[in-house]
Design a protein around this ligand. Structure first.
Ligand code: ZN
Length: 271
């Protein structure tokens, strides 16, 4: 869960952070707070990346560069939004266009044009999902779409044929609707097993994103991409720290904290 010193020390021109958002909307209750980022805060996040020297690249751009042995710019980030909420079109898309920031939206193919019925039991708020019309318009505007299964199950709990069908059918359905190859996958709930990862690879995806935090680099397993969980409750200070250190807790990375505390203990011991 914690980035190692080796990962943090990986040359800055060869590592990248993938940020994970879900709904871009004001949370309607406490349980929604971690999934819903208020639109004004999302705007501040994107403005900060735009004005602070970050290079925002799409996942496809990053992996094309890696495949051709090209360098990745320093301070590279990639924006991802999971599930395909309609508010991504209303609130995220205009901001992304304004700052020329590419993004990947991971769609649940079976819920397109419907509501978030798979989650209302625990979130308690009904939210609309993107329609095909909105998806196609965003694709023309430079947004990239990835697959997030057909129905958002925990893949490691399914038998082989059910898991294969969730993975493969979502790719095929999206490719038919988008008329474009779908190269990126995200595991629902960040849940995967070795056999799930193999199925995603065999289905023909180029990457698969999980929810483990940390930076990625050319040595990171492409089917276990790390992502930083950006929450609607994060202050700007916390957001800056998360992106800078590649962690979810927004503070100094634990290895540095560990050595820092040992150092101060030593000093105190001598005093
Ligand atoms: Zn999801």
């Amino acid at each position: 869960m914690i980035p190692t010193l080796g990962e943090l020390m990986y040359p800055a021109n060869a590592r990248f952070a993938v940020l994970m958002y879900h709904s871009i909307a004001f949370p309607e209750n406490g349980r929604e707070k971690h999934l819903s980022c208020p639109p004004p805060l999302f705007e501040r996040h994107m403005r900060y990346l735009h004005s602070s020297g970050y290079s925002a690249l799409s996942l496809t751009d990053i992996f094309d560069r890696l495949a051709h042995g090209k360098e990745i710019p320093e301070k590279t980030v990639s924006i991802t939004l999971d599930d395909g909420f309609e508010d991504n079109y209303e609130h995220a898309y205009p901001v992304l266009r304004r700052y020329q920031i590419p993004a990947t939206i991971f769609l649940i193919s079976g819920w397109i044009g419907k509501t978030n019925a798979w989650m209302t039991g625990h979130q308690g708020v009904v939210r609309r999902m993107l329609t095909w019309r909105q998806i196609r318009e965003m694709q023309s505007g430079g947004i990239e779409f990835g697959a997030h299964t057909v129905s958002h199950p925990r893949l490691s709990g399914l038998d082989d044929s059910a898991a294969t069908s969730e993975i493969l059918a979502s790719k095929q359905d999206l490719e038919a609707g988008l008329n474009r190859e779908v190269r990126h996958f995200a595991y629902p709930y960040g849940d995967w097993s070795d056999s799930v990862r193999d199925k995603v690879r065999k289905a023909g995806f180029v990457t698969a994103s999980g929810t483990r935090p940390g930076f990625n680099n050319p040595a990171t397993d492409r089917f276990e991409l790390r992502r930083i969980d950006i929450r609607g409750t994060d202050s700007m200070r916390r957001f800056r720290q998360k992106v800078l250190f590649g962690t979810n807790d927004g503070g100094w990375p634990l290895p540095l904290r560990y050595y820092g505390e040992r150092f101060f203990k030593k000093i105190r011991g001598r005093a």
